[in-house]
Design a protein around this ligand. Structure first.
Ligand SMILES: NC(=O)c1ccc[n+]([C@@H]2O[C@H](COP(=O)([O-])OP(=O)(O)OC[C@H]3O[C@@H](n4cnc5c(N)ncnc54)[C@H](OP(=O)(O)O)[C@@H]3O)[C@@H](O)[C@H]2O)c1
Length: 242
């Protein structure tokens, strides 16, 4: 497939390398322009492009921090044909990285907000697996240790295409539901970045139920606690690197 990736950070570059290895044609863009990623792209057999050129593909992966979503060029998605599949890998970390985004906080559902910002239906995927796990933990279908990646979105065909990519990368795809249910695999949820099997994701999904208003406090409190832990780990790392 022809796949455009917007974002050349830890996750965008990992996805680019893995997808090139599967035989896909990858174009990758960032905020600084193609020259800044030319060497990386050439090294893996991808193409460094502008954000606008990354949009000229069958699948577009948006892999940038949540706070930068509003910085994408206005109307970028306006004329995109509806059959194009747009994947959002993003996570919301208000304390650590993104600051409070008041329009996101209204619903509290990260990818619902992204979908509204882009004004295009999205599939949420690859947000709940670390780049390191994506890089290292792929296994053939049927392997006892194969883990799963949660996926949500409103368009079943788009979700099928994304699920196939996930399977080809060496993971099971776990369909969480439509985008209004995507809170189940956002930061703070028990499905987030735990490297779990499909069966375990199913159990955790069932345990959460489907009522966001009943789960919102639990999940946002856990996200806040995780952010504090990450901050402390970072500061300890600084101290230890003296
Ligand atoms: N890292 C992981 O393991 C992981 C796993 C799952 C999900 N995620 C999520 O995926 C997203 C990306 O994560 P990451 O770790 O790859 O981030 P990162 O390493 O900080 O890289 C962010 C990338 O976004 C690009 N970017 C920012 N604003 C942009 C804009 N307006 N237009 C085009 N590109 C822009 C940056 O380009 P410049 O450098 O040119 O500014 C950079 O290449 C985040 O939401 C993160 O929470 C990350």
């Amino acid at each position: 497939m022809n796949i455009g990736i917007i974002g050349s950070g830890e996750l965008g570059t990992c996805l680019a390398s893995k997808l090139v290895a599967l035989g896909h044609n990858i174009s990758i863009a960032n905020s600084r322009g193609p020259a800044s990623i030319q060497e990386f792209a050439e090294g893996i057999g991808a193409k460094a492009v502008t954000v606008e050129d990354a949009m000229k593909n069958q699948v577009i992966i948006v892999s940038i921090p949540q706070k930068n979503i509003p910085d994408l060029p206005k109307n970028l998605f306006n004329k995109l044909p509806r059959e194009v599949v747009v994947i959002d890998t993003g996570n919301y970390y208000p304390m650590l990285r993104d600051g409070v985004l008041p329009t996101l906080e209204r619903s509290g559902i990260d990818s619902l907000w992204v979908q509204e910002e882009l004004r295009f239906p999205i599939v949420k995927a690859f947000n709940a697996i670390y780049a390191s796990s994506l890089n290292d933990l792929g296994k053939p279908a049927g392997d006892q240790e194969r883990i799963a990646i949660p996926v949500s979105g409103d368009d079943p065909t788009a979700k099928e295409i994304v699920s196939k990519l996930i399977q080809d990368l060496g993971f099971d795809a776990f369909d969480v539901g439509d985008i209004s249910q995507s809170w189940k695999h956002q930061t703070g949820s028990p499905m987030y970045c735990r490297d779990l099997s499909r069966e375990e994701l199913q159990k955790r999904s069932d345990a959460m139920g489907t009522d966001w208003s009943a789960m919102r406090d639990v999940i946002t409190t856990r996200r806040r606690d995780d952010e504090i832990l990450m901050k402390v780990a970072y500061l300890k790392g600084l101290r230890d690197s003296k």
